[in-house]
Design a protein around this ligand. Structure first.
Ligand code: ZN
Length: 431
């Protein structure tokens, strides 16, 4: 497929995926369209060799798999990524009524966003809303994506803080609260947020039991640069890798090993939830596949011993204004191909063996590759790979696309890198 097609497809995916729940929904929609069968964890599974299936967890994680001809001991090829991004979540009892009728919403920071990139933007609300049902243990979950901008976080005028451009510490509780409107005859004072949700979902306010709602920037993803060489969007970390893994899986063919795409939630807060990479979600699924296909425990052990995982999460590209921040001899460039992430203290699962495997896959795909290591005086981040290997015994590599401004409300990636990474993932599944 043409790279321009993948890029248009990525931009649409980003715009349809303002938060983890919507990203997961969008992935499920595309899996459905490709003929994948959704499995219910509470029911008995009848899996057919070479069949295509997926499960979701909490509506915010999704694992899809394309079974091999002989799934019980053939091994797994896994690509993992994450659905969540840093930002702001709306607290319970969020409305704060201020002088002159102005209404703010009380929010809590999720993960590590670059706070000041959130000022003065047309923001809105997305996530899931939980509604009453007759089944106490299973209330109804509805997605919500308010597309029109309804919020903004106004910055203080420079005239009140002349030193603002010399560094300006921000309070998450005072400086970052979004404004949602001004109360008057037409805007009711009570249940302002719940009324908005009820209107949007066409339900009564007293049906709403709870919600997981986040803010997002309504500005669409787009290309920039003289030759349209850059992608600028919110949530490229890590939705660009989700998109690449999904695109590769949907085009891949059976070459004897079961192919898995595992999209986890809550990477930005350490992965420690039932839908995060530190949960037994992937391991339980792989065991269940093995059992459903008639495999023994020994078959499962043999299968995992043959397996390989690409943990795909974005990396820091060399920034033209801050070259000194990078390692002196390893400079990952935008457009330079997928980045293999290496860390002496094992924050990444990459070792010489797994890096060599990934390099060889890149060579087969005809795609360049590069390395990221931390500047030795700078503590780097961590990602999914190591967390997963504490649950399941897999070889694997940590890698990602090089991006600028990681955790800004808009990050920047390279158009050519995205095509390269899809090609490498596809080659990994197909060899
Ligand atoms: Zn990430």
């Amino acid at each position: 497929m043409e790279n321009s097609h993948y890029i248009e497809n990525l931009l649409a995916f980003l715009d349809h995926s303002p938060v983890n729940f919507l990203a997961t929904h969008e992935i499920c929609t595309r899996l459905d369209a490709a003929g994948y069968t959704r499995l219910d964890a509470t029911e008995k599974w009848n899996l057919e060799p070479e069949g295509n299936y997926y499960i979701t967890k909490n509506g915010s994680a999704v694992i899809a798999f394309a079974l091999a001809k002989n799934p019980s001991c053939s091994g797994y090829k896994v690509i993992s990524a994450h659905s969540d991004s840093p930002g702001f979540r709306i607290k319970p009892h969020a409305e704060m009524y201020c002088e002159g009728g102005v209404v703010k919403l009380n929010t809590e920071v999720y993960g590590g966003p670059i706070l000041y990139t959130w000022f003065d933007r047309p923001l809105s609300i997305a996530g899931r809303v939980i509604l009453r049902s007759d089944d106490t243990l299973n209330p109804i979950s509805r997605l919500i994506h308010i597309k029109r901008p309804v919020l903004t976080i106004p910055h203080l005028a420079i005239h009140f803080n002349r030193a603002v451009n010399e560094g300006n510490p921000l309070s998450k509780q005072k400086d970052m609260l979004p404004v949602i409107g001004i109360v008057n005859e037409t805007l009711q004072r009570d249940n302002l947020l719940l009324n908005l949700i009820a209107d949007e979902l066409n339900v009564a306010v007293d049906e709403i039991l709870d919600f997981d709602l986040s803010l997002f920037d309504t500005t669409p993803a787009c290309l920039v640069g003289l030759n349209n060489e850059f992608i600028t969007s919110g949530r490229l970390d890590d939705l660009s890798m989700c998109h690449a893994a999904m695109s590769a899986l949907l085009e891949s063919t059976d070459t004897g090993m079961t192919r898995i795409m595992a999209i986890f939630d809550n990477e930005e807060t350490g992965s420690g939830t039932k839908q995060g990479a530190a949960s037994p979600l992937l391991m339980n699924l792989m065991r269940r596949i093995n059992e459903c296909c008639g495999g023994t425990e020994e078959d499962f052990q043999r299968s995992t011993a043959k397996s390989f995982m690409i943990s795909a999460d974005n990396a820091h590209a060399l920034h033209p204004n801050y070259v000194e921040k990078q390692d002196p001899t390893n400079h990952p460039l935008l457009g330079g191909g997928p980045v293999i992430k290496v860390n002496a203290n094992c924050k990444y699962m990459t070792d010489a063996d797994s890096a060599a495997v990934f390099r060889t896959v890149c060579e087969h795909a005809g795609v360049p590759y590069q390395y990221f290591v931390n500047h030795s005086d700078v503590a780097g981040g961590s990602t999914l790979g190591n967390i997963l290997t504490s649950q399941i015994d897999l070889r694997g590599v940590d890698m990602g696309a090089a991006i600028w401004a990681m955790h800004s409300i808009r990050e920047t990636a390279s158009v050519t890198d995205h095509g390269h990474i899809i090609k490498v993932f596809r080659t990994f599944y197909d060899i």
